[in-house]
Design a protein around this ligand. Structure first.
Ligand SMILES: [Zn+2]
Length: 328
């Protein structure tokens, strides 16, 4: 039986159970927090001390909610620049019983610090392989997958290098890749092309945020390459309203793609990217609605069942696909 690395150690693949493929327990700007802890964007002491209350409490609340709704595992794609902190994740997992699958990788759309700008794809891959084979942040916790991203600036020089680094670490270790994409500028084809050039099997590649479009032709062109796709931002109305997301999922089920899709919300139990008043304004403007870890188990799945999703299709999407992607 294959196993999958979690923040609490390896888990037998058949123990993953119902899995949300893309949820964050905390998203914060690690450099800002380290330099200006007084800004109070993260309500605990740096770097790893976990105080009661604040971000930790919110993460535990989200994890408890997921467990109560029947979720056993979340795939947690918080990489560098999103504030990855596996000790924090492990505390949340231990307190709630939620299984948490961590990653390695760098989340950026263009910028790279000089440390990485001056290093090759192979040298960056070495760091990823260390996280996968030795452990993350001086712990024994190993990364189960590799994250990379392309967004509005496109697949520029830095982004290409990070995709090649992710690909080389994947080829060396067998770890799968989650690639954040931006359907509005159709970044996925070039992302897939680079990973292919490096010899990564499409079955190891998940194109995250494909569900930010409801253009079925565009989605099917991605599926034709053999990769997995994430319909993974339920509640983020600013990219695509909920009903259009559901219509897309239903259409893909009708077309026989249950064995190629993931459902998730890309929720963040807390996020420090915006001042509090800006977040209130975004919610008031309807840019995000019910954007929580609860939305898929509590609302999306029951509605899909009502419109004809079979128990077998649901098991495929929520249980079997995560195992297949994570174990290759
Ligand atoms: Zn995310």
């Amino acid at each position: 039986m294959a196993s999958v690395e979690s923040v609490s150690g390896p888990i037998a693949a058949d123990e993953l159970g119902v899995t949300l493929i893309h949820e964050h327990l905390r998203t914060w700007d690690e450099a800002t927090h380290l330099q200006w802890p007084s800004a109070g964007t993260v309500r605990e002491d740096p770097p790893h001390a976990v105080e009661p209350g604040g971000d930790y409490e919110e993460a535990v609340k989200a994890a408890h909610a997921a467990v109560e709704l029947g979720v056993r595992t979340i795939v947690e794609p918080t990489a560098m620049f999103l504030g990855r902190d596996v000790a924090f994740m492990r505390r949340v997992a231990e307190e709630t019983g939620l299984q948490v699958i961590p990653c390695t990788g760098i989340y950026t759309y263009d910028y790279l610090p000089t440390f990485f700008a001056s290093r090759s794809a192979d040298q960056i891959a070495d760091l990823y392989v260390h996280d996968i084979e030795v452990g993350i942040q001086d712990t024994e916790i190993k990364a189960a997958f590799i994250k990379c991203a392309a967004d509005e600036p496109g697949v520029n020089e830095n982004i290409e290098k990070l995709h090649r680094a992710a690909a080389r670490a994947s080829v060396r270790t067998g770890a799968p890749i989650m690639a954040h994409s931006r359907p509005a500028s159709d970044t996925a084809p070039r992302q897939i092309e680079i990973l292919n050039e490096e010899g990564v099997e499409p079955s190891k590649v998940q194109i995250a945020h494909t569900g930010d479009t409801d253009d079925l032709d565009q989605i099917e062109r991605i599926l034709e390459t053999g990769v997995w796709i994430g319909l993974d931002r339920y509640g983020l109305e600013m990219y695509l309203p909920y009903e259009q997301r559901q219509a897309t999922t239903r259409a893909l089920l009708e077309r026989g793609y249950a064995d190629r899709i993931f459902l998730s919300a890309d929720s963040c139990a807390t996020i420090d990217w915006f001042p509090a008043e800006a977040i209130e304004g975004m919610i008031a403007a309807g840019m995000a609605k019910d954007w929580t870890i609860r939305i898929v188990p509590e609302r999306v799945l029951p509605e899909l069942r009502e419109s004809g999703m079979t128990a077998e299709q649901e098991r495929t999407i929520m249980v079997d696909n995560p195992v297949a992607w994570l174990t290759g």
